[in-house]
Design a binder for this molecule. Structure first.
Ligand SMILES: *[C@@H]1O[C@H](CO)[C@@H](O)[C@H](O)[C@H]1NC(C)=O
Ligand SMILES: *[C@@H]1O[C@H](CO)[C@@H](O)[C@H](O)[C@H]1NC(C)=O
Length: 461
């Protein structure tokens, strides 16, 4: 019996690998255009320890429910205490001199951060509730000695004096090079951006174009979790994940007026393995923008509008090379936005945007529901004609329905010299909001259809 087992197992394995080799079983899936394979990074798993206040499960009185993570944590911490393991330090910003009285609290926050960050037993930095702390730009820098949890229960509000931002001009709250950081708490981060919007050249054409600060930047952070926060009225962009690895961002509410300039909701740049889930975003620019160097990006459960939609790009500005791959946007609702799902590249760029899935998306009165724009030009002077372009390939649009505010529901405006390849459309149903008669405009694109696709391309060039 034993002998048979040891003999058979290798035989079976050999047969399986031989058969897939001989009959191409392993390759078929790759060749099916409607099967897009993405490597799943660690960060793709659903957050496990976050407890939604409405879905909390309670144990029977006196009988702990062992499925409840609260009890698991509690038991773990009792065990830790019994064994003499360290419990995290609690660091309250008020204990470091924060007053929340309308004056600048930056120094207290810096001191509290430094103290928390240098704790070797873990730390919980607490921003108390029902208080408003005013902050100048702050560099919350790592590396820290142990994992850090930043609990924002109250409100962080940006100072309005533009001279406070002289040092850099692009940052307000800046988390730099921190590992194992969690930011949460249900509080508010308020960029107080009105005075910046007024000074934007997009609002006042007479003024020179200058960048304004990003409300919250996470730069080079690893194993980062940002959740349960309201981020509003950023000076320019709301949240940037820059050169980070393994990120979860969920339960975020990001809001600014629809006419506030360049106030992207969540901007992903040079970041790998990021999972954005359950976010409501309405601002004056892209709800989510994903740009060069980003790989393994997944966004699910996104509600977007007002704003410019969900964008990959812009890519390739100033003849640059850009690389974006493995992006999944699944389950999104967009209402009244300028674009639905968009890929935008400048002429003259190089590199690629590939392996992208847009699926299960509902649009309400969106001006350009599906768009690839390889002639993107967001500058004062018209862009000159150039032949090189970022290659767009292997893009799947699946189960996309709703209404278009314009008559052109789908627009593929691809590069003449580097056409869009492997563009797959499956079950697309878009109608014009007003006339009900939508069309599609398709230039320099190689398309495949499956299921019902409406409106299909009429003109192809
Ligand atoms: C933040 O502080 C760290 C350490 O002091 C420094 O290396 C880094 O350059 C600072 N970053 C910014 C944006 O000021
Ligand atoms: C659709 O959007 C357009 C502008 O984008 C707007 O003028 C129109 O009122 C909207 N229609 C509905 C039904 O919301």
């Amino acid at each position: 019996m034993m002998f048979l087992k040891t003999l058979c197992l290798p035989l079976v394995i050999t047969f399986l690998s031989l058969s897939s080799y001989c009959f191409g079983l392993g390759r078929y899936r790759e060749e099916d255009p409607f099967h897009v394979d993405f490597r799943r990074g660690r960060a793709y798993h659903l957050p496990t320890s976050y407890r939604h206040p409405y879905f909390r499960t309670f144990g029977v009185r006196g009988q702990p429910n062992y499925h409840n993570s609260y009890y698991k944590n509690e038991i773990q911490s009792r065990l830790d205490r019994a064994s003499g393991a360290a419990t995290p330090k609690v660091v309250n910003v008020d204990d470091f001199g924060a007053k929340a009285n309308g004056r600048d609290d930056s120094q207290a926050f810096k001191k509290a951060w430094n103290y928390a960050c240098s704790s070797s037993q873990g730390a919980i930095m607490v921003v108390p509730k029902k208080k408003i702390y005013r902050l100048k730009p702050i560099n919350f820098s790592g590396p820290c000695k142990s994992p850090l949890l930043l609990k924002i229960y109250g409100t962080l509000e940006a100072t309005e004096d533009h001279s406070d931002y002289q040092d850099n001009g692009r940052r307000w709250l800046y988390f730099d090079n921190v590992e194992n950081l969690r930011v949460e708490g249900g509080g508010i981060i308020d960029g107080n951006g009105k005075t910046w919007w007024e000074k934007s050249c997009k609002v006042n054409k007479a003024l020179p174009c200058k960048e304004a600060p990003t409300a919250v930047t996470f730069n080079e952070c690893t194993n980062l979790r940002v959740s349960s926060l309201r981020i509003k009225d950023a000076q320019q962009m709301h949240v940037i994940f820059q050169k980070c690895v393994n990120v979860k961002a969920f339960n975020l509410l990001v809001t600014a007026p629809g006419n506030s300039p360049n106030t992207d909701g969540i901007h992903v740049t040079g970041t790998q393995n990021i999972y954005i889930n359950n976010c409501v975003i309405g601002t004056g620019d892209d709800c989510i923008s994903i740009v060069s160097g980003s790989k393994n990006v997944r966004a699910t459960g996104i509600t977007c509008g007002p704003g410019h939609g969900i964008s990959i790009g812009s890519l390739g500005a100033g003849n640059s090379a850009a690389y974006v791959s493995n992006v999944i946007i699944n389950k999104a609702t967009l209402s009244g936005t300028d674009n639905g799902v968009r890929i935008k590249t400048w002429q003259g760029g190089s590199g690629y945007a590939k392996n992208i899935k847009f699926q299960n998306i509902v649009m309400y009165n969106v001006s350009n529901p599906i768009i690839i724009d390889q002639n993107y030009c967001d500058q004062e002077n018209p862009c000159r004609k150039q032949t090189s372009a970022v290659q767009v390939s292997n893009v799947l649009y699946q189960n996309i329905r709703g209404t278009s505010a314009s008559n052109v529901a789908m627009k593929f405006d691809c590069s003449q010299s580097v056409p869009c390849r492997q563009i797959y459309l499956q079950n697309v149903a878009l109608k014009a909001e007003e006339t009900k008669q939508a069309s599609s405009s398709c230039a320099n694109v190689i398309l495949s259809y499956r299921g019902d696709v409406s409106p299909p391309c009429s003109s192809r060039s």
